[in-house]
Design a protein around this ligand. Structure first.
Ligand code: C5P
Length: 222
């Protein structure tokens, strides 16, 4: 068996992280959530009152920060400068600002270098927006995962309900559509399906079935 690289890209709420985690576990691979890294940068910048349009300041801040992803039984934990920020980076404030920070080429350059290092030895499932197109261009398996915006909003809504967070389905749909637009239309590494990626529509697929579909494709590459 080969320690291949599996890249999973797609818009917000397509099921990437849930499915990537299952795939990684089944193959005994490392799961790397690159969105969490952009979220950690955004969280720190907001804490430090750095203007989210100030690319140079953000890059300077990031160069002096450490972001560590650590697997745990409760899922992947995110440490920023040694502190566990796993919950903080999922706040609405961070979620609605992260695309602004992720649009800066200098921020991306620094994070992409870290991501490439983490994946250098293979045996990884990495999810994000530009993994197949920029971070791991030679990944053995590339998946572009999507679902209708209605379905993605519905999943977030149920997710929020489970966590006791009040939300409106309509608002969630608007937010998701706006984040997709920002991520797809930015100049630096926009969200786009790589030519050699397999398209996986999860609208009508269960989590288990989507994971099985990817595992089947992975076995062929190993
Ligand atoms: O995947 P998640 O929703 O946590 O990602 C948060 C945001 O981080 C995305 O909306 C996008 O702006 C940014 N991102 C990115 N490139 C990646 C992963 C995430 O630009 N590889």
């Amino acid at each position: 068996k080969k320690n291949i690289q599996i890249a999973i890209d797609g818009p917000a709420g397509a099921g990437k992280s849930t499915i990537a985690k299952i795939v990684a576990e089944a193959l005994d691979f490392t799961y790397i959530d690159t969105g969490a890294m952009y979220r950690a940068v955004t969280y720190k910048a907001m804490q430090q009152n750095i203007h989210l349009d100030d690319e140079a300041k953000l890059a300077e801040m990031l160069a002096a920060s450490t972001i560590d992803l650590k697997p745990s039984p409760q899922g992947q934990l995110v440490f920023l400068d040694g502190h566990n920020v796993s919950a903080d980076i999922r706040s609405n404030e961070v979620t609605s600002s992260v695309s602004q920070v992720a649009a800066h080429a200098k921020v991306r350059e620094l994070l992409v270098a870290q991501q490439q290092k983490l994946a250098a030895n293979g045996g990884v499932v990495m999810d994000g927006r530009d993994i197949a197109t920029h971070v791991l261009k030679d990944a053995e398996l590339k998946i572009f995962m999507s679902a209708t915006v209605e379905e993605r909003a519905r999943r977030r809504f149920i997710d929020n309900q489970k966590r006791g967070i009040d939300s409106s389905l309509e608002k969630l749909q608007e937010e998701i559509a706006l984040r997709d637009k920002k991520d797809s239309e930015r100049e630096a590494s926009p969200l786009i399906q790589a030519e050699d990626a397999v398209f996986l529509d999860t609208t009508a697929l269960s989590i288990e079935d989507a994971a099985q579909a990817i595992l089947k494709l992975a076995e062929e590459k190993m």
